[in-house]
Design a protein around this ligand. Structure first.
Ligand SMILES: NC(=O)c1ccc[n+]([C@@H]2O[C@H](COP(=O)([O-])OP(=O)(O)OC[C@H]3O[C@@H](n4cnc5c(N)ncnc54)[C@H](O)[C@@H]3O)[C@@H](O)[C@H]2O)c1
Length: 250
């Protein structure tokens, strides 16, 4: 049985890189995709069983060429992890169209484009798609007009993929991480936001990249062979807690 191959976008750092490491531990080979060539080079130094591919996933031509290269390098793709994402928080009144498009282009367009380009190969392997959304796609909150809307759209895109691609044996699921300390969150989480998250999350802490990667690799594995169309929050209980009135806490 040939080793399975995972294509991970945004794999140069953060959740994507940790997911690559976990796949390798589990015997997979990994195509690391990112637009940041320097970070990608640092990430792949010392990682066996990988090849790296520079690509901006919001550019259709770059995506087609990247997927062709991945397919000819590895001969197959068994799982696609649409993890690349960008965040930019701002109020509805002042978020301009350029900011809105920047978020949509990577978070939503990129997820659509990479999944579509991988379909011919995924069909052959009866593979899996895992899209990375966010708790911001499950619950609305201030300043996330573009980011939260893009992630809610990723959740719906996952359901569309699951329903339409089930017939050809391709599964699609979505992971919604709670806060994780990465370059992305460090740029938008002030000390006040960090303290508020600790307070609002039942497990009282941020998650780790590894905790998110464990859910992603499970959904890509045969252990999840009857799981499709699911939206799984790996969020320390944040979504279940709702408002979590301090006066009602034990
Ligand atoms: N960190 C968190 O708290 C958190 C919470 C919820 C959801 N998420 C989601 O998890 C995913 C990973 O986030 P992270 O925190 O590891 O971020 P990160 O910023 O550490 O890593 C994201 C990677 O994606 C790459 N990337 C961005 N746009 C790209 C594009 N157009 N083409 C190719 N590569 C691109 C970046 O170069 C970077 O290497 C994102 O989708 C993010 O929205 C993160």
């Amino acid at each position: 049985m040939p080793e399975k191959v995972a294509l991970i976008t945004g794999a140069a750092r953060g959740i994507g890189l940790e997911t690559a490491r976990l796949f390798i531990e589990q015997g997979w080979r990994v195509a690391l995709v990112d637009r940041d060539s320097e970070a990608l080079k640092d990430a792949t130094d010392g990682l066996n069983e990988t090849s790296s591919f520079i690509c901006d996933i919001s550019e259709p031509k770059e995506v087609d060429s990247m997927v062709n290269k991945v397919t000819s390098t590895f001969g197959r793709i068994d799982a696609v992890v649409n993890n690349a994402g960008v965040a930019d928080f701002g109020p509805i009144e002042t978020t301009d169209f350029a900011q809105w498009r920047k978020i949509m282009q990577t978070n939503l367009d990129g997820t659509f484009l990479v999944s579509q380009a991988c379909l011919p190969t995924l069909k052959k392997t009866r593979g899996a798609i895992v899209n990375i959304a966010s708790i911001s796609g499950l619950r609305a909150s201030t300043l996330r007009v573009a980011y939260g809307t893009s992630k809610a759209a990723v959740i719906q895109l996952t359901k569309q993929q699951a329903v339409e691609l089930g017939e050809i044996g391709v599964r699609a699921n979505c992971v919604c991480p709670g806060p994780v300390r990465t370059k992305l969150s460090n740029a938008v989480h002030s000390p006040e936001i960090i303290a508020s998250y600790h307070d609002a999350i039942p497990l009282n802490r941020y998650g780790s990249e590894r905790e998110i990667a464990e859910v992603i690799t499970f959904l890509c594995s045969d252990k999840a062979s009857y799981v499709t169309g699911q939206i799984i929050a790996s969020d320390g209980g944040f979504e279940s807690a709702g408002v979590g009135l301090p006066a009602l806490r034990t």
